[in-house]
Design a protein around this ligand. Structure first.
Ligand code: TYD
Ligand code: MG
Length: 449
């Protein structure tokens, strides 16, 4: 490949730089990821003050102050609120509600007398105003700016000195020194670098919106995810109104937390009780429908698992798993075949987590098994029963974490029976308010259907 003068090749995945084009990236071992972009002109090196090594005892442990976003669901995913000087990346499909979420955070913060600057490179001020009018009243603590040049943005931030800055889409931002187009590997990397320096240097929290590629990862080099402190993904079914915010990286908190929102006419609305939301419209006496309990971070969530088993008309049975791991479903069916003796090899199987939610927790195993057997035998499990537990290859039902919290959630939502692993039952502290059935293996469990 002929190389234009003054250009370099960059890996789209990890940002690896090379003078030549290469088929495989030596950095991340991915194939066909090199793109040609004009080289970044390196300016004069700034003289650095040499840093001093220190002991643990000398580090002051003042409690990090967190600013509440005014949305409990978001605060929990962030680990308790916004930390000053942190850089948060919010990724998600187009139209999922990233700009709406950030504008609502802006409104809440401005009502708490924080200075907020919302910078959009995608929409005009009029469009932002239209959205703001749907959300509610705003006050003068929120400033808006339509700009894509990072040098201007940096100047504005220095003038305004806000507490929090929102950058609507890192892919539209550019630096003049880098001659490639906005959205390219080197622009995205350089822009994030500038924002990181602003955040750390001035103690300003910055939220960055990042677009997502077809494969579902933030567009631009992977280094983007390494540079920021927190990476949140906003996801949801386009056809359903609920949206889920998940943390995939968090330097200031746990990453398996999840926040649930509902998209309404007037913006995003928090869903405080996702179990109720997920079980809405559940058929009460249908075979193949079982309620399970999954833990999302510190919060239990009930959801409905559906299975449909029918005879196959072809030699090769069809199997699908919607919202959970396909291989896991195959494995559980093999366990049923071998350990219980169900002849599933000539049956089509469709497993679905109702509501379009995606969860891969092993604690759902028992419920998946129960749903499959219930549909196979065409007999339903009592509608007021929930089950959870992990299933092993020899058909044993293994204990899961946080059994007490799961049982409490079931009681709260009016369930009267809970099928759970025997080991978890033995470790429960309080056993009141619900009938608990401990099972040691799959055979015992399916006798209850
Ligand atoms: P948006 O925040 O523009 O998505 P993103 O920035 O992630 O691309 O969300 C746009 C969608 O949300 C659009 O389809 C309209 C819908 N919406 C509502 O349903 N209610 C509202 O109050 C707002 C502001 C948007
Ligand atoms: Mg947007």
């Amino acid at each position: 490949m002929a190389k234009a003068k003054g250009s370099m090749f960059f890996c789209k995945e990890c940002g690896y730089e090379s003078a030549k084009w290469m088929g495989q990236c030596p950095g991340c071992k991915e194939w066909n990821t090199f793109v040609e972009e004009p080289a970044i002109k390196k300016g004069n090196k700034i003289q650095r003050v040499s840093a001093q090594a220190t002991t643990l005892a000398n580090i002051s442990m003042a409690q990090e102050e967190r600013i509440s976003t005014g949305m409990e669901e978001l605060d929990r995913v962030l680990g308790g609120g916004i930390i000053s000087g942190s850089l948060v990346l919010v990724g998600g499909d187009p139209g999922i509600g990233k700009s709406t979420l950030l504008l609502q955070v802006c409104r809440n913060l401005s009502l708490l007398q924080k200075r907020v600057l919302y910078i959009s490179g995608e929409e005009s001020l009029k469009q932002i105003k239209l959205r703001a009018m749907r959300i509610g009243e705003f006050n003068d603590n929120l400033l808006l700016l339509c700009e894509t040049n990072l040098d201007t943005i940096e100047k504005t931030i220095k003038e305004v000195s806000p507490d929090v800055v929102m950058i609507d889409s890192i892919q539209t931002m550019y630096r003049e020194e880098v001659s490639s187009a906005p959205g390219s590997v080197s622009q995205v990397r350089e822009s994030t670098n500038v924002l990181m320096q602003i955040a750390k240097g001035m103690g300003i929290s910055i939220f960055i919106v990042g677009h997502v590629t077809k494969e579902g990862v933030v567009a631009g080099p992977r280094v983007l995810e390494h540079m920021v402190d927190t990476v949140l993904y906003f996801e949801g079914d386009r056809h359903a109104s609920y949206r889920i915010l998940r943390g995939v990286k968090n330097r200031f908190g746990s990453t398996n937390e999840m926040g649930v929102f509902e998209m309404r006419e007037s913006g995003l609305c928090e869903v405080k009780n996702p179990s109720e939301f997920m079980l809405d419209g559940r058929p009460e006496d249908a075979s193949g429908s079982v309620v399970a309990c999954s833990m999302e971070g510190t919060r239990p969530m009930l959801l409905e698992i559906q299975a449909l088993i029918c005879r196959t008309n072809f030699g090769m049975p069809r199997r699908t798993a919607n919202g959970t791991d396909y291989n896991r479903v195959n494995l559980l069916m093999a366990v049923l075949e071998k350990r219980v003796g169900l002849s599933l090899s000539d049956c089509d199987a469709y497993v679905n987590l109702a509501g379009g939610i995606k969860i891969n927790e092993p604690a759902l195993d028992l419920a998946i098994v129960m749903a499959i057997v219930s549909s196979y035998k065409n007999r339903n499990l009592d509608a007021k029963t929930i089950c959870f537990g992990e299933v092993g290859l020899s058909g044993e039902v293994r204990g899961v974490s946080q059994a007490q919290l799961r049982v409490q959630e079931a009681i709260k939502l009016g369930f009267d029976t809970c099928i759970l692993p025997q080991v978890s039952l033995d470790s429960l502290q309080s056993k009141k308010g619900i009938k608990l059935i401990g099972v040691g293996n799959v055979k015992e469990a399916i006798m209850l259907i």
